[in-house]
Design a protein around this ligand. Structure first.
Ligand code: ADP
Ligand code: MG
Length: 728
């Protein structure tokens, strides 16, 4: 066996679970490393505390001298809790998180040592971050970007560093990160939803979007993962024959968690608790070595930060336990990939979940208002939603019969379908007293019971209503949730504004009562958005055909899907809502298109390297052994050898055929790459990588995988699927 493969397996088999220190009660440590309300109360003056609270609740500005006070309190707290450095923590468009640490420690002119961290350092910084993607907004030679404090997401300590969540913006004002547009979208949906809530409850003055993500991931022993160049550089296997046993027995799903993994989870969850990430559930997923983790939902900005932070924490803790976490959407062919369901809702300052049916007809009319408006928004902007979940890695999942298809549709269950069907029949204009009573008693009034009974959950739907929230299920496991959340908030905000205008106009111009007007507008929305509703099997071919008839988009690849980001409609939407300017939308498109091409380029190179430098030489070695054998047989049996060496000679030929196909595939793919690189612009390059380069992958892989089952296991260089997925 190749030394690397052999050693990796041996190392894995010899591993012992790493001991963990877990507190007896998690509640004791929850948020201990967060500058949360209780820490603020202790370390800030009353004025400073109030100022932070105002900033969190109403977005009020924090004055410079208050910022000085806050920074002093924050620094004291951080030092008491072991921090020596501080950093602005932000989410550049690379998808990860970025930090640049500065020590609190500073030397004065007279050699005196001071611990310094003032309001200036808290509020704004200028990281030398010219290498982050900016889609041409920020000329590298010109102005740099700066980071600015986001007081709505509390500072925290990671290791010995105080991390201050910030936005990242160019000096010319354009956003260079995920957080800025998200914050703008949250503000917009707050305003739009609050205005609509006033129809039902005058006390509502703030609406928060809420997000509860579910993170799927694989855990592979680090020695095994590092033994494969593809896992090391691309985060997924580019080749490898399926293991005889995969997930077909379903014996991993919800099974007992192996003890090494359990220790990792306990350790990681302890870290999460300290950081205030409210992790709650953990379980095995469908594929071997695949797991899921979900927190209690939170206000969306915080939840997005927590997901980014979690991915970072997981990587760090995993390495303590000699694991590598794979966040890739499809690390292994033939077994399920990973996603990140985004559960989304809206909730008011009065404690009402707007997507949860209530106990009175009026509350249910409010529920229906938000429910129907969301469906309508998704219908109008389905392509934009599809674009936010597009990535090279998620392309493997969408439409691969394990994740929702690339077609966006909404599932609401049979009972709510029945309710909407009833509402569709509401009379145009004024309603008779009988009709009103009937609606109140028999349609709107019945919803809570209905939902409780509604247990059929459609797992194949990309956007499903699950009782008190919508669940966007097509998000990739590597994604930053900010992207889909920004779009969802934006389209719903836009829809709610339109709704309010229409209802107000009916009240004013047609002299309808408020609830009559609402029923009238909802009826039209239900009719208009009917095509997006689909209750059947989203994986089936029949749906693809049906969706096409309905005029729904089916953008199967990232380059095609991304185009919706810069459609006139999307650009206008973001401009109208002041969430992103045209320049910002275009820059983001550019960055994603470039990233797509780069990822396929890297995979193409890797596949070429592995196939030529690992697979072909090994196949030739084995072929030589066979040739040796045939030669020996000829020596012994003379001219009769052909009968005896028949099978060996067949294998010798098969090996040659596979080698030929692999070699030709790589040569042609390399040619296609060259052409793709020479395309006029990033968009064309990405399309060429998608349509002209990527198609070679499957064929090259096919022949490599065939060789894997022909060639002597003793000399096979790459750790096999069985070993990656089942060695413990
Ligand atoms: P599934 O059956 O899809 O695995 P789970 O029960 O595991 O569902 O996950 C549900 C997720 O939905 C959790 O992360 C939870 O925090 C989240 N959630 C529940 N209510 C809301 C809400 N009102 N807003 C946003 N997320 C929510
Ligand atoms: Mg889910």
């Amino acid at each position: 066996m190749s030394t690397l493969r052999f050693q990796a397996i041996k190392e894995t088999l010899n591993r012992k679970p790493v001991e963990v220190n877990e507190p007896a009660r998690r509640s004791e440590i929850f948020g201990k490393h967060v500058f949360n309300k209780s820490a603020m109360r202790q370390h800030l003056t009353k004025d400073s505390y109030k100022s932070v609270m105002d900033a969190m609740e109403t977005g009020a500005k924090i004055s410079r001298d208050i910022a000085d006070h806050i920074s002093t309190g924050m620094k004291e707290w951080a030092i008491q809790n072991g921090a020596t450095h501080y950093t602005h923590w932000f989410q550049p468009l690379t998808g990860g998180t970025a930090e640049k640490h500065d020590a609190f420690f500073e030397l004065e002119m007279d050699g005196e040592v001071l611990e310094k961290f003032g309001g200036g350092q808290l509020v704004q910084q200028e990281p030398d971050a010219s290498s982050f993607p900016n889609g041409g907004i920020r000329n590298t030679f010109e102005a740099r970007g700066y980071t600015a404090w986001d007081p709505t997401s509390p500072a925290f300590i990671m290791g010995t560093t105080l991390c201050i969540p910030t936005v990242f913006i160019a000096y010319t004002g354009e956003a260079l990160d995920f957080k800025t547009p998200l914050l703008r979208s949250l503000q917009t949906v707050d305003q739009a939803a609050t205005a609509v809530c006033k129809y039902f409850d005058k006390n509502v003055n703030k609406v928060n979007a809420t997000l509860g993500w579910e993170q799927e991931y694989f855990l592979i022993d680090s020695a095994l993962a590092d033994s494969r160049p593809d896992l090391q550089l691309a985060g997924r296997t580019l080749l490898g024959h399926a293991s005889a046993k995969g997930q077909q027995l379903d014996d991993h799903y919800f099974g007992s968690i192996p003890s090494r993994v359990m220790n990792f989870m306990r350790d990681m969850e302890t870290e999460c608790m300290l950081l205030g990430i409210p992790v709650k559930t953990r379980h095995n997923e469908v594929a071997p070595n695949q797991f899921e983790l979900a927190p209690i939902f939170e206000e969306a900005n915080l939840a997005v930060d927590h997901n980014s932070l979690l991915m970072d924490v997981m990587r760090k803790v995993a390495s303590r336990h000699h694991f590598k976490v794979l966040f890739h959407e499809k690390p292994f062919a033939g077994v399920n990939g990973s996603g990140k369901h985004n559960n989304w809702s809206l909730s008011t300052n009065t404690g009402v979940n707007l997507l949860s049916p209530g106990s009175t007809p009026m509350k249910n009319l409010q529920f229906l208002t938000f429910f129907v408006n969301t469906i309508k928004a998704v219908y109008d902007h389905e392509e934009l939603i599809r674009s936010t979940i597009a990535s090279a890695s998620n392309d493997h999942r969408l439409g691969a019969n394990e994740a929702p298809p690339a077609i966006i549709s909404v599932f609401i269950g049979s009972q709510l379908t029945a309710v909407l069907d009833e509402l569709e029949k509401v009379t145009d204009g004024k309603l008779s007293p009988e009709e009103k009573t009937d609606l109140k008693l028999n349609v709107v009034g019945k919803i809570p019971e209905v939902i409780l009974d509604n247990t059929d959950r459609n797992r194949t739907s990309p956007f499903a209503f699950t009782g008190n929230k919508f669940e966007l299920r097509a998000v990739g496991s590597t994604a930053n949730c900010a992207n889909p959340m920004t779009v969802l908030n934006a389209i719903v905000a836009n829809q709610l504004m339109e709704f309010k205008e229409e209802v107000d106009s009916l009240i004013k111009n047609k002299k309808l009562k408020k609830d009559e007007a609402i029923f009238n507008v909802l009826r039209e929305y239900i009719k208009k958005s009917k095509k997006i509703r689909f209750e059947g099997d989203g994986y089936g071919e029949a749906w693809e055909k049906e969706a096409k008839k309905r005029g729904l988009s089916n953008n199967k690849t990232t380059p095609t899907a991304l185009k919706a980001k810069i459609s006139k409609k999307s650009i206008k939407l973001f401009e109208d809502l002041n969430i992103m300017s045209k320049v910002e939308s275009e820059a983001r498109y550019e960055i994603e298109v470039e990233e797509y091409a780069m990822r396929i380029q890297i995979e193409g190179r890797l596949l070429g390297d592995i196939a030529r430098n690992h697979i072909i030489p090994t196949a030739i070695r084995y072929q030589n052994t066979l040739i040796e054998n045939v030669r020996g047989l000829k020596e012994i049996y003379g001219k009769d050898f052909k009968k005896i060496a028949k099978e060996q000679m067949i294998i010798i030929e098969e090996i040659s055929e596979h080698i030929e196909n692999i070699n030709k595939g790589i040569t042609d793919m390399t040619e296609a790459r060259k052409k793709a690189n020479n395309e006029k612009n990033a968009e064309k390059t990405a399309s060429a990588y998608c349509d002209k380069v990527k198609p070679y992958f499957d064929d090259i892989r096919y022949h490599c995988d065939k060789l894997e089952i022909l060639v002597d296991d003793e000399i096979w260089p790459l750790t096999k699927y069985r070993e990656l997925l089942f060695t413990r």
